[in-house]
Design a protein around this ligand. Sequence first.
Ligand SMILES: *Cc1c(COP(=O)(O)O)cnc(C)c1O
Length: 235
Amino acid sequence: MAINTEKYKSILAELNSKATLVAVSKTKPIADIMELYDLGQRDFGENYVQEMVDKETALPKDIRWHFIGHLQSNKIKFIAPFVHLIHGVDSLGLLKEISKQGAKINKAIDCLLQVHIAREETKFGFDEPGLSQLFDTVVTGLHDYRNVSINGLMGMASFSDDKDLVRSEFVYLKSLFDSAAQSSFSAKASPKAETFNFHLSILSMGMSGDYSIALEEGSNMVRIGSLIFGERDIC
Ligand SMILES: *Cc1c(COP(=O)(O)O)cnc(C)c1O
């Protein structure tokens, strides 16, 4: 199946270099990814470890691979050597494991913390107190987290036609992002934090159905799959 080149170009125009496009290629074949690669796309997102590893092996080495799925601790080691950014870190335990795997290969692995902003209970992520607590824990336990870099936040809005609801969820995530970035989380205000890898610059929000709203509300990284690659049979 061919990619939608027109749509891809119109999305890029809409982003206008203000946000990074992560092309979500999960379940899609190598040929489709190469087609997009040949148009200049370099950031690709995958949800499944084995699939991402297979594709990384088969595809050009200058692709930046984003892991956007739910990551299991025992699988971190397979993607650690090459992953560009892990979007969905949703527990302190996972962050610690990522750091452990990073230490083994002498690398600080870039991560985003996933925040639970949707109404649905099935979506993963931290709530506001959990996020604040994580910042405190990480700073006071520096040693355990030396090989991760916390680069920002990621969230998924409710899967809903209610645009006001979706917008309000993005607004909320943006406000958390701003307060985290501006050191209002207590841990971030501690001098110790300066020695640690907090680089809160990425706000990953927006997918095929809601990316325009996300952009209006301050997203600087969108994850778009089906609009470019076509609908998937499975999620
Ligand atoms: C699949 C997926 C996307 C892309 O979804 P589309 O609706 O196809 O754009 C974005 N983010 C995450 C976390 C996903 O799992």
